[in-house]
Design a protein around this ligand. Structure first.
Ligand SMILES: [Zn+2]
Ligand SMILES: [Zn+2]
Length: 1361
C-alpha cells in the first residue's frame, strides 16, 4: 500500500484517499479471483493498471484527472443494494449523457432513460463453469464477493478469465421469484462497451497469425466426411454461421446447436460439452467461425442423422469477417492471409464507442421494417415438404446427451411433452395456414408480458418467444434485436398484432444493442403460461388466446374476486373449459425441430381461430346486446298477418313490446364467452358480474330426476362462484312508444316517441363451468364426488373415521385443491362482505336498525375460508332448517315493520310461508350447506311467515317452494332471534295466523340439495300446481290458482301513466325514462302447454312489482296465486293479484321454427264433438257451401270510422285524419261430409277465398274508395246489401260469391273459436231452439250452434299435402 501510494505523492488529499480506497478494493475484491491465465501480477500492479485505464477513459482535458465522484462497487453490493435499473458510463461528460437521454427518450416517448449511477465496476469475466456449479453457458462477472449474470453484445473468447474494468454498463434488477432466489438471480448486467483489460497479456490481442486453418475443412467437405465415420476422427470445420439456436436445458443437461453454411450446404454442430456452452453468446448469425476438435455423433432421437459434436478438446475461433468472401469461393486456404484483427482487445477506447464493439456486417436481414415485404432467406423453411420416415438412429457413437428428447422434460420449464392423438379433420375455419420463415431486425417497443414471452417490435409487429425456453435478459423496450429464421404469421389471433413473429427452436435471436431505457418490473404471474404451452402442445393461436384471457381476466377480476397470482389457475381452467376437443400440434421433437431440413415445427402450420370463442367482459356483452337489440328490429315483422288493415289503435300496441333472442354461441364473427361471479345484489334478480359491470340472469337448473327437465334455480351455493358461461341466450326486450297512423308509416322513425330496451341473459346453471367455486359449492362438489365414487351411497356427516383409505385420499386431494383456491375464495368472501357492509351502511343511512351496525362490525373480522377446519375468525351462529311451502311475488308494499321513523313509502319485499323443522341449532361456525344432521330434525315442525324486506329481497330468485334451506343468523347464540313473533295489527287485530319472522340483511340462507337431505323430508309435497287445461276446466268455485305453462304470446295492453310509479327506495338503477316506459305496464300473456294446445290468457298488472325478466314467448312459467275469472262470454282467464308470483321454470328453445309440420287433418264432425280436447289448430278439407257474410270497408286509421273519398266521415267531433286502412271480413259455411262449420276469414285470406288475383283485389279496394263501405249477406239463395240492390259492385260480388270460383273444394288451416272450445254436447245452455216446417207441421228441435272456426291460411288444391 505504502509503495503504491508513493506513486501519488503530489496528488491532493482527496485524490489520495480515493486512490487508497481503490487499492484496498482491488486487493480485496479483484486480486483473489485472478486465474492462472493472468500470469503473476501484484495487487499494486493491478491497481496501477486500473488507474491508467480510468484516467485514459475519463481523460479529456488533463491527463491526470480522477473520477472522484465514482465509487467502486463490488458485485455483492450491486446485487444486494441496487434495486432500480441504472447505468454507468465512465467516459461521458454530463452534456454527452444529457444528449444520450434525450435521444433515448425521443425514440420511445413513454419511457424514461436509465438513471445514471456513478459506480465503477471491475471484475473477471467467467464462462459460468465454476467448480461449485454445473456449467450453464451464461457469462458472468466475478469478483471475490460473488458473481452476477451479464449480457454482452459480441464477446470474444479471449476475454474470459481476465481482470477487466467495465467502462459502460447497465444494471437491471430482476423481479423477485421467491425467498430462495439466488443472489445472482436478483439482477443482471448489460455490458455496453468493450471491457478494458487491466493486464496486457498477449492472449488479449487477437493474433491473425494464430488462426490456423491448415487442417480445417469447409462445410461441404465436412458434410461428406460425417457420412463415413472413422473412429477417433476429430474434425476441424470453418464456415459462416447461419443459425445459433437457443440454449436448452434438458433433464439437467444443457446444450445448444449452431449451423454453419457454405454456399448451399449447411451443417449442424451440437454443443453439449459444458465447457463449451459459453460459445452460444459469442457466435452470431453471419459471423465466421472455425471450430476444432469435433467428433461425429449419431443422435438417437433424430432419425439416425449424424451431426458434429463439440468435445472437451474443442476450441472456437472467431474468424475475421473478410474471410467470408473468400470462403464463398472455393477455399484456397494455404494462400489465405487473415486480415488484421477487428476484435482485438487492447484498442483505443474510441473504437469501442457507446454502441459497443463493432459488429460484423450482416447478410440477409435488411433493416426493412416491413416484415411482409421481406424475402425469407431460407425459402425452404416455409415449405412443409415430405417429412422423413422415422428411423431409429443406428449410429455407432452414443447419443451425446444420452436421453430421448421426445420423452424428456425440459427442466427449464419442468413440463413433460405428452403424446398427442391424431388430429381430427379440421373444420374450414380451423384449416391451417402456413407460416413463412424470415429474418428481421428491429427495436423492441413494448413488452406485453416477458413471462409469457410476448413483445412488440417497431410498434407494429408482435413477437412471441414462448416456443423457446424463456430465459432472456436484455429484452427491454428500446433494445435492438436481430432475428433469423423466425416464423412470420399473419393474424394468428385477433387479440394481438396482425403480423406476428414467432421463434421456435430453429430460430436465432440476438440483442444487437442494449436499451437505454428503464423498464418496469414484469408481472411474474404469467410465468406458468409457457408451461401450459409445452404441456398441452398448444398451437400459437391457442397460446395467444390464453395470454389474452390472462390479461383480460386480470383486468376484469383482479383484485376483487381473483388474486393476482391465481389468474393463471383461472385462465387455465377457462382454457380447459373451452378447448375440449381441439388438439394442439404434434409432439415436439427437439432435435428434429432444431436440425431437420426442411424445417418443421409447431409454428409451421397455424390455425387462425382456435379456440373460436371470444371472451368478452360483461359490459361488452351488454353493449353487444343493446346494439343487436335495435339492429335486429323490424317493425313490420312484429305485425300480425293482417297488419295492413290495423288502425292506429291496434297497430301501435302490437309493436309496443317485442323481444329478440339470440344464442351467445351464434354471435358473429366469434361465439361469445362470459366469465363472472354469480351474485345476489340488493334487487330481486340474480346477476353475473365482473369488474366492468353486471348483467341480470334468468337462471334455471336441471332437475334432480333423470328426465332432464328444467326447474327454477334454487341452489344458493352458486352465489359467489366464478363461472364460465358458454351457453346462454341473450334476451333483448324492446319497449317502443309510438304514434304510427298506419302500417304505411312504419319506416318513419319520427312517429316513435320513446324507446328503450332491457337486456339480460338466460342460462341453465348446469351448463356453467365453475372456474372457482364458492365455499359452499366446493364442499357440495366434494360431497357429490364422494357420493358418486361410493356408487350412490350417501355419506352422513361425521363419518370420517369409517372412510376407507382411498376415499380419505380422494377427500384429501379435494381438500388440497380447495386449499389452493382458499386464498382467492376467502379474498372474494372478504370482498363480498365489504359489499354487504356497503349495503348495510346504505341501509343505515336510510334509517335501518341499529342492530345491523353491531352485526357488521362483528362481521368484519369474520372470515370463512372454504369448508374444512374452522379457522380463527369463524364466528358462532344459530340456524334452523326450513322447507318452503309457498312464496309470494316480490312487490313494493307498505310494510309497517321496520319502517318506523322513516319517510312514508313503499319498500320492495316478499314473504315466504315455510315450515321450520326441528330445533334451533347453535354452531361454532357457519355450517353452510353441510348435510342435515340428526339433531336438526328433532322436535316439532311449525309454520312461519318469513318476511324479506329491502336488501333481504336479494334471496328472491333462489327461494323456491318445495325446497329445503338452512337459515343462519350469524354472530349470535340466542335462539329467540329465529323464533317468529305474532304480529299484531295497529288496531290490535291479529293479522297473520302464522308467526312471522323478519329476515335480516346479514342472515344467510343455504340450500340443502338432494344429497344433503335425509329421507323423511325429501317427500315434502309442495302446493298443488295445475295445468292450463285444469284451470280452464275446473269448477268455477276456485278463486286463486297456481299453474304452469309455456308463454306463446305476450302483448302490452296499455301504457299506464307515470302517476302510478310507486316511491321506490334505492333498489332500482333504472333511468327515469326507463321507469316511465315500464311504469304501470299491463301485459297479457297467452299461456299454453303445447304449441297448438289450449291456451289461457293471463293478465299481469306490473305497476307495483319490479320488472320481471324472463316473460318471453317460449319460456315455461309457473304462475302462483293468480285469480281465475270468467269473461262475459264465459271464457276463462287469469289475472294477477298483489300476492301473485311468477317463476321461470324452464327456458324456451331459441329456434322458433320447431313446429313447422302441418297441423293434423281433422273432420268437422269430430271437431264439433270433441272441441278443444281434440286440438286448437287443425287442417280441414271441405267444400265452401256459401258465403254467409262479407264486409269490405275503408276505415279511418285514427278513429275507426268509415273513410270515404279521402276523408273521414266522423263529424262529431270532426276528424281530420289523412290515412285509412282497408279492412275485410267474411264468413262462409263449409262442410266436409262429417259436419258443417262457420269459418271466419279476415283480410289476408279473403282474396284467396274469393279467388281474386292481387290486381283484381286491389281494383276492388279502389272501386270501394267512393262509398267506403259495403256489407253483403246471404238471404235465401242470393246476396243482398243494406242499401242499393242495383249497385254494380254488389252484383259483381254476388256473382263472384255464388260462382264456382268461391264455392269450391278447399283445404284450410283453421283455429277453433274460443266459443267452440267446449264440445257442443256439453253446452246445452247455449243450444238454440230451431223451428222446422214440413208441410203443415212444425217441428221444434234443439240445435247445437255450428262449429266456429277462424281460417288462418288457405291451401289451394295444388298446395295440399
Ligand atoms: Zn420453426
Ligand atoms: Zn277519423
Amino acid at each position: 500500500m505504502e509503495s503504491f501510494m508513493d506513486n501519488f505523492r503530489e496528488r491532493s488529499e482527496v485524490e489520495r484517499e480515493w486512490l487508497q480506497e481503490l487499492f484496498v478494493f482491488v486487493r480485496d475484491n479483484l486480486f483473489p479471483v485472478l486465474g492462472p491465465t493472468t500470469g503473476s501480477v501484484s495487487p499494486e500492479q493491478l491497481s496501477l493498471a486500473m488507474i491508467r485505464r480510468v484516467e485514459r477513459a475519463v481523460g479529456s482535458s488533463s491527463a491526470r484527472s480522477l473520477p472522484l465522484s465514482y465509487r467502486l462497487i463490488s458485485v455483492a453490493e450491486l446485487v444486494t443494494w441496487q434495486r432500480t435499473p441504472c447505468c454507468s458510463n465512465l467516459t461521458w461528460s454530463t452534456a454527452q449523457h444529457r444528449e444520450w437521454v434525450r435521444e433515448a427518450e425521443q425514440a420511445l416517448p413513454n419511457h424514461k432513460a436509465l438513471p445514471r449511477a456513478s459506480l465503477l465496476l471491475i471484475g473477471c469475466l467467467s464462462d459460468g463453469c465454476d467448480p461449485e456449479r454445473s456449467c450453464d453457458g451464461a457469462w458472468r462477472v466475478r469478483d471475490a464477493t460473488g458473481t452476477v449474470h451479464c449480457e454482452l453484445l459480441s464477446p470474444s473468447p479471449l476475454w474470459l478469465g481476465l481482470p477487466v474494468l467495465f467502462p459502460c454498463w447497465n444494471y437491471i434488477p430482476q423481479p423477485a421469484l421467491g425467498k430462495d432466489q439466488e443472489v445472482e438471480e436478483r439482477g443482471y448486467l448489460e455490458l455496453v462497451g468493450c471491457p478494458l483489460a487491466l493486464t496486457s497479456v498477449p492472449e488479449m490481442t487477437f493474433n491473425p497469425a494464430e488462426v490456423n486453418l491448415k487442417r480445417a475443412v469447409g462445410v461441404r467437405e465436412a458434410a461428406e466426411l460425417i457420412q463415413h465415420r472413422v473412429r477417433g476422427l476429430r474434425v476441424k470445420v470453418y464456415g459462416e454461421v447461419s443459425g445459433v439456436y437457443p440454449l436448452l436445458n434438458i433433464a439437467g443437461k444443457s446444450l445448444f446447436c449452431l449451423r454453419l453454411r457454405e454456399g448451399r450446404h449447411t451443417l449442424p454442430l451440437l454443443v453439449t460439452e459444458p465447457c463449451c456452452l459459453w460459445w452460444q453468446q459469442c457466435v452470431c448469425v453471419g459471423g465466421s467461425v472455425c471450430v476444432s476438435g469435433l467428433r461425429v455423433c449419431a443422435l438417437q432421437g433424430w432419425s439416425g442423422n449424424r451431426v458434429l459434436c463439440a468435445t472437451s478438446q474443442s476450441s472456437l475461433t472467431l474468424l475475421p469477417d473478410t474471410l467470408i468472401q473468400d470462403l464463398s469461393d472455393p477455399p484456397t486456404l494455404d494462400k489465405h492471409t487473415p486480415d488484421p484483427d477487428p476484435v482485438g482487445l487492447d484498442p483505443p477506447l474510441s473504437d469501442c464507442s457507446s454502441t459497443g464493439c463493432p459488429l460484423p456486417e450482416r447478410r440477409g436481414a435488411g433493416p426493412d421494417p416491413d416484415p411482409v415485404g421481406l424475402d425469407p432467406p431460407l425459402s425452404d423453411c416455409s415449405s412443409t415438404g415430405c417429412p422423413l420416415p422415422e428411423r431409429r438412429g443406428a449410429g455407432p457413437d452414443p447419443d451425446p446427451v444420452g436421453i430421448d428428447p421426445t420423452l424428456s422434460d425440459c427442466s427449464s420449464t419442468g413440463c413433460p411433452l405428452p403424446e398427442r392423438g391424431p388430429d381430427p379433420d379440421p373444420s374450414p375455419i380451423l384449416r391451417p395456414k402456413l407460416s413463412k420463415a424470415i429474418s428481421y431486425k428491429g427495436v423492441l417497443t413494448s413488452v406485453l408480458s416477458a413471462a409469457a414471452g410476448l413483445y412488440v417490435i417497431d410498434g407494429k409487429v408482435g413477437l412471441c418467444l414462448a416456443y423457446q425456453p424463456l430465459q432472456r435478459r436484455g429484452l427491454r423496450p428500446g433494445a435492438e434485436i436481430e432475428l433469423h429464421d423466425v416464423h412470420f404469421l399473419y393474424r394468428p389471433s385477433p387479440h394481438f398484432h396482425p403480423c406476428m413473429l414467432c421463434v421456435c427452436l430453429h430460430s436465432s435471436l440476438r440483442v444487437t444493442s442494449f436499451s437505454r431505457l428503464g423498464s418496469e418490473v414484469d408481472r411474474p404471474s404469467d410465468a406458468p403460461l409457457p408451461w401450459l404451452l409445452l404441456e398441452r402442445n398448444l398451437g400459437v393461436s391457442q397460446y395467444l388466446w390464453l395470454c389474452h384471457c390472462c390479461r383480460a381476466l386480470r383486468d376484469r377480476l383482479v383484485p376483487r374476486w381473483v388474486k393476482e397470482e391465481c389468474v393463471y389457475v383461472v385462465a387455465r381452467r377457462l382454457f380447459e373449459c373451452v378447448v375440449t376437443s381441439e388438439k394442439g400440434g404434434g409432439r415436439r421433437d427437439i432435435y428434429r425441430e432444431m436440425l431437420q431440413e426442411p424445417h418443421h415445427c409447431p409454428l409451421t402450420e397455424y390455425s387462425v381461430s382456435s379456440p373460436v370463442c371470444e371472451y368478452v367482459s360483461v359490459s361488452d356483452c351488454v353493449c353487444v346486446m343493446e346494439k343487436e337489440c335495435w339492429s335486429s328490429l323490424s317493425l313490420s315483422s312484429l305485425l300480425p298477418a293482417c297488419g295492413s288493415s290495423l288502425t292506429q289503435a291496434e297497430l301501435n300496441p302490437s309493436i309496443a313490446w317485442s323481444v329478440g333472442l339470440s344464442l351467445g354461441q351464434d354471435i358473429q364473427p366469434r361465439p361469445l364467452l362470459l366469465v363472472g361471479v354469480l351474485e345476489l345484489p340488493g334487487t330481486h334478480t340474480l346477476r353475473l358480474r365482473d369488474q366492468t359491470g353486471a348483467v341480470t340472469c334468468v337462471a334455471v337448473e336441471t332437475g334432480d330426476d333423470d328426465s332432464g327437465g328444467q326447474r327454477a334455480a334454487n341452489n344458493t351455493a352458486w352465489i359467489g362462484c366464478l363461472v364460465c358461461v358458454q351457453r346462454f341466450t341473450m334476451v333483448m326486450e324492446r319497449f317502443v312508444q309510438s304514434e304510427f297512423p298506419s302500417y304505411r308509416h312504419l319506416d318513419q322513425d319520427s312517429y316513435i316517441t320513446h324507446k328503450h330496451c332491457r337486456v339480460y341473459i338466460q342460462l341453465c346453471l348446469n351448463d356453467l363451468q365453475i372456474l372457482s367455486p364458492s365455499a359452499a359449492m366446493a364442499s357440495l362438489l366434494l360431497r357429490e364426488n364422494i357420493r358418486t365414487t361410493q356408487g350412490g351411497e350417501r355419506v352422513e356427516g361425521g363419518e370420517r373415521e369409517e372412510m376407507s383409505e382411498t376415499e380419505r385420499e380422494r377427500r384429501e386431494k379435494g381438500g388440497e385443491e380447495r386449499e389452493e383456491r382458499r386464498d382467492d375464495v376467502s379474498e372474494r368472501k372478504k370482498r363480498s362482505r365489504e359489499e354487504e357492509r356497503i349495503e348495510e351502511k346504505k341501509e343505515e343511512r336510510e334509517g335501518g336498525a341499529k342492530r345491523a351496525r353491531q352485526n357488521h362490525t362483528e362481521n368484519e373480522t369474520c372470515s370463512q375460508p372454504g369448508g374444512g377446519a374452522s379457522l380463527p375468525g369463524d364466528r358462532p351462529c344459530i340456524s334452523v332448517v326450513m322447507c318452503v311451502e309457498g312464496k309470494e311475488g316480490v312487490a313494493w308494499r307498505n310494510e309497517g315493520i321496520a319502517c318506523e321513523g322513516e319517510e312514508a313509502g313503499l319498500s320492495l319485499c316478499f314473504s315466504v310461508r315455510a315450515d321450520l323443522i326441528g330445533q334451533i341449532q347453535r354452531w361454532g361456525r357457519d355450517p353452510r350447506n353441510c348435510p342435515l344432521q340428526e339433531r336438526e330434525t328433532d322436535g316439532q315442525t311449525r309454520t312461519v311467515e318469513l318476511l324479506f324486506v329491502r336488501s333481504s329481497v336479494r334471496w328472491f330468485p333462489l327461494i323456491q317452494a318445495g325446497s329445503f334451506y338452512r337459515l343462519i343468523a350469524p354472530n349470535t347464540q340466542d335462539p329467540s332471534v329465529l323464533i317468529g313473533c305474532r304480529v299484531a295489527g295497529r288496531s290490535g287485530v291479529v293479522l297473520h295466523t302464522n308467526p312471522s319472522l323478519l329476515v335480516r340483511s346479514d342472515w344467510r340462507i343455504h340450500t340443502l340439495t338432494h344429497p344433503l337431505l335425509t329421507t323423511p323430508y325429501s317427500q315434502f309435497v309442495s302446493q298443488k300446481v295445475m295445468s292450463v287445461a285444469e284451470v280452464l276446466d275446473c269448477s268455477s268455485g276456485v278463486d286463486l290458482v297456481s299453474f304452469h305453462g309455456v308463454i306463446s304470446q305476450r302483448i302490452t295492453l296499455q301504457r299506464g301513466t307515470t302517476t302510478h310509479t310507486p316511491t321506490q327506495r334505492g333498489t332500482t338503477t333504472h333511468t327515469p325514462a326507463q321507469r316511465d316506459v315500464e311504469a304501470g305496464l299491463s301485459v297479457r300473456l297467452t299461456v299454453c302447454v303445447e304449441p297448438r294446445g289450449r291456451s289461457l290468457q293471463v293478465y299481469l298488472d306490473l305497476s307495483l312489482t319490479p320488472y320481471p325478466p324472463g316473460l318471453v314467448p317460449g319460456n315455461t312459467v309457473q304462475f302462483t296465486s293468480f285469480q281465475r275469472r270468467l269473461s262475459r262470454v264465459g271464457g276463462v282467464y287469469c289475472r294477477s293479484v298483489p300476492v301473485s308470483c311468477l317463476t321461470i321454470m324452464a327456458l324456451g328453445k331459441t329456434d322458433t321454427q320447431s313446429c313447422d309440420s302441418p297441423p293434423p287433418m281433422i273432420l268437422l264432425g269430430v271437431w264439433a264433438l270433441a272441441g278443444a280436447e281434440q286440438c286448437i289448430l287443425g287442417r280441414v278439407r271441405g267444400h265452401v257451401v256459401c258465403v254467409l257474410y262479407l264486409q269490405l270497408q275503408w276505415t279511418c286509421s285514427l278513429c275507426g270510422s268509415i273513410y270515404t273519398q279521402e276523408r273521414c266521415t266522423r263529424s262529431q267531433p270532426p276528424c281530420n285524419s289523412t290515412s285509412a286502412v282497408f279492412q275485410a271480413e267474411a264468413k262462409a259455411a263449409v262442410e266436409d261430409g262429417s259436419g258443417e262449420a262457420h269459418i271466419w276469414f279476415s283480410c289476408p285470406v279473403i282474396s284467396g277465398l274469393l279467388g281474386l288475383a292481387m290486381p283484381q283485389w286491389e281494383g276492388l279496394q279502389r272501386s270501394l274508395r267512393v262509398r267506403g263501405h259495403l256489407r253483403v249477406y246471404t238471404r235465401g239463395r242470393s246476396l243482398v246489401c243494406d242499401v242499393d240492390a242495383d249497385d254494380p259492385l254488389l252484383q259483381y260480388l254476388s256473382c263472384v260469391c255464388s260462382s264456382s270460383t268461391v264455392c269450391r273444394p278447399l283445404t284450410l288451416i283453421c283455429t277453433l273459436h274460443t266459443r267452440s272450445h267446449t264440445p257442443a254436447a256439453r253446452r246445452e245452455d247455449s243450444s238454440q231452439l230451431k223451428r222446422f216446417t214440413r208441410g203443415d207441421r212444425e217441428f221444434v228441435t234443439r240445435m247445437p250452434p255450428p262449429l266456429q272456426l277462424t281460417c288462418t291460411h288457405i291451401l289451394e288444391e295444388r298446395e295440399r299435402d
